[in-house]
Design a protein around this ligand. Structure first.
Ligand SMILES: [Zn+2]
Length: 245
């Protein structure tokens, strides 16, 4: 029996050495790229929603402010809550970054409130197959009005998504730009699924502000964005079934 022990002990030693080496490599990578590791852990979350809806701002962050102390955060929450209902009625599993008047900075532990809020939204977007962030705009030029759809630059799929949503939005709101705008800033590059940022109108424009104050207009906008989203989901499913023989 003692003869076998001679062989068994070195095998265990090798295993322990490998474990120790693995631990050392992990620790040294973490030491060199601590942010890299935390980014990976954000990206590796399970996808649990068909779509994540993000009403911009919230809590201490009012977003754009219209004449008469009207806050972007309130209008976009109203629009997005209606969108959630519409999309759920189509059988989609819908997630919301917020469903009350608050921001999502509590989801991330480090950085300024603004950055934690942004990363929190990105973390939630990555739990879905699709995302959309809804905002209202503001400009120093009071003549600026209408809707804008931003999508992630150089992403073919995202551009189609943006085009379909813009086409539907055009039925209920004038457009500020006739085409979706490619961007590589804001929330878009940090999100894994296709994500759009939709500006539904300008709080700094009196006509847009009056429209936004009308509950019927907000319902029309919610319905139009959902129609675009549903068209994109249909398009993507058709594409995927074509690829699968
Ligand atoms: Zn905003």
């Amino acid at each position: 029996m003692s003869q076998w022990n001679i062989f068994i002990i070195p095998k265990r030693l090798i295993l322990y050495l490998f474990l120790a080496l693995g631990l050392l490599v992990t620790l040294s990578i973490y030491h060199a790229y601590p942010l890299g590791i935390s980014t990976i852990s954000l990206l590796n979350q399970d996808i649990v929603y068909d779509i994540m809806l993000d009403p911009g701002h919230g809590g201490i962050d009012p977003g754009a402010i219209g004449a008469g102390d009207i806050y972007e955060k309130d209008y976009v929450l109203d629009i997005v809550l209606q969108m959630a209902e519409i999309l759920r009625s189509h059988g989609l599993n819908v997630g919301l970054t917020r469903d009350t008047d608050r921001d999502v900075s509590h989801l991330v532990s480090e950085g300024t409130r603004h950055r934690r809020d942004l990363l929190g939204r990105f973390k939630l977007m990555n739990q879905a197959h699709l995302g959309i962030s809804v905002h209202t705009n503001a400009s120093k030029d009071p003549k600026q009005s209408g809707a804008i759809v931003f999508y992630m630059k150089d992403q073919y799929i995202d551009e189609i998504y943006a085009r379909l949503v813009l086409e539907e939005l055009e039925k209920v709101q004038i457009l500020n730009e006739p085409k979706p705008i490619p961007r590589n800033t804001l929330l878009l590059p940090k999100a894994k699924p296709p994500v759009l940022l939709v500006e539904v109108g300008f709080m700094s424009n009196s006509t847009d502000l009056a429209k936004l104050g009308d509950p019927q207009f907000r319902s029309n906008v919610a319905r139009a964005i959902c129609d675009g989203v549903l068209r994109f989901i249909d398009w993507r499913q058709a594409e995927q079934s074509e690829l699968t023989p």
